[in-house]
Design a protein around this ligand. Structure first.
Ligand code: FMN
Length: 311
């Protein structure tokens, strides 16, 4: 009997420990921010598009049919969802309202957002296809390829695009799937730095397309919070040597700390690093901060605009 009580107590303790670990894991991993962008259906070419989005424990693959600028059907091809099955009815709302601006299904927030994001990605492909058709055999333009986690690099890419002459397309490596590099003569690549490294999507993109990129006029930039020589070293270690060597513009644009969007672990890392490294000037983690430099963006744009394509 004594032995039985011992086993029972040990079992209860093990369960309690597992429950605490589970609770802390969910609390500290915090669910990622999923921002769903509005897509204007007038810019989407007729067709069937596949969109896939995966995040913390949820994966969704959808097929979206568009005819005459209307979503005619959304089919969920795959939904790995845990408890989020009931989110699937959100597709009916999207079809009814012809918009991604619909109410989230309560009790299935993450699955609802992942479905919305997958539909957005599918429609983006249709938008890309439409823009290729509209552009036809247009003169070659500039492409800004970027990757972002909290939106700083995207913000900088948009500001930069407004300062560049000629046609400029933006391409988010994390969300878009269809890219035809051969229609651009200038390619700008930008990413942000986490723990000293640029996002994997950027490194993979550079390696995969290195030969084609070597034929273009190249611009390279990073967003980060460190300054001076360290920032410069981060820029230089972010891109292949061949691209750095031939780039007509290279800049560190500065960065942002969006504390409210960060997970607890990230906030903790930033606080520790800021204590050890004085080039991070973090005073108050309850307020977002930015040191994005307009001057660097202007200088970069000027260099890209002045480059002679026959050089
Ligand atoms: C967890 C974490 C680690 C970071 N590590 C670095 C780093 O090693 N060097 C640096 O200069 N900036 C670092 N930063 C700052 C980011 O590069 C900066 O916030 C950037 O603006 C993020 O851009 P994004 O929103 O486009 O991803 C870090 C930020 C976070 C949250």
């Amino acid at each position: 009997m004594k032995k039985f009580s011992k086993i029972l107590i040990i079992t209860i303790i093990i369960f309690a420990i597992l429950a605490i670990i589970g609770f802390l894991y969910i609390k500290f991993m915090e669910l990622p921010v999923i921002e769903v962008r509005h897509i204007n259906l007038k810019n989407v070419q007729d067709g069937s598009y596949i969109g896939e989005y995966k995040t913390f424990m949820v994966k969704v693959v959808v097929k979206v049919d568009v005819i005459n600028n209307e979503i005619t059907s959304i089919e969920i091809i795959e939904h790995q969802c845990g408890l989020g099955k009931k989110a699937e009815k959100i597709t009916k709302e999207i079809e009814k309202l012809q918009s991604l601006d619909v109410d989230i299904i309560s009790g299935a927030t993450i699955s609802s957002k992942v479905i919305l994001k997958a539909v957005e990605i599918a429609l983006s492909e249709g938008k890309n296809r439409m823009s290729l058709i509209i552009k036809g055999v247009r003169s070659m333009g500039t492409l800004i390829v970027y990757a972002t986690k909290y939106g700083c690099t995207e913000k900088c890419a948009v500001i930069l695009s407004e300062k560049l002459t000629g046609e400029v397309d933006l391409y988010n490596l994390k969300t878009e799937k269809v890219l035809n590099l051969s229609q651009y003569d200038k390619v700008i690549i930008g990413g942000s730095i986490y723990m000293g490294r640029i996002q994997k999507e950027i490194s993979d993109f550079c390696i995969k397309n290195l030969n084609l990129l070597k034929e273009k006029k190249i611009g390279l930039f990073i967003c980060c919070m460190r300054g001076g020589d360290i920032a410069k070293a981060q820029l230089e270690s972010s891109f292949p040597r061949e691209l750095l060597y031939k780039a007509v513009a290279q800049e560190v644009f500065g960065g942002e700390f969006m504390f409210k969007k960060m997970s607890s672990i990230e906030r903790f890392i930033v606080r520790i690093v800021a204590k050890l490294d004085k080039s991070f000037t973090v005073l108050d983690t309850s307020k977002d901060m930015s040191n994005v430099s307009d001057k660097s963006i202007n200088r970069f744009a000027q260099r890209m605009n002045n480059v002679c394509l026959n050089e």
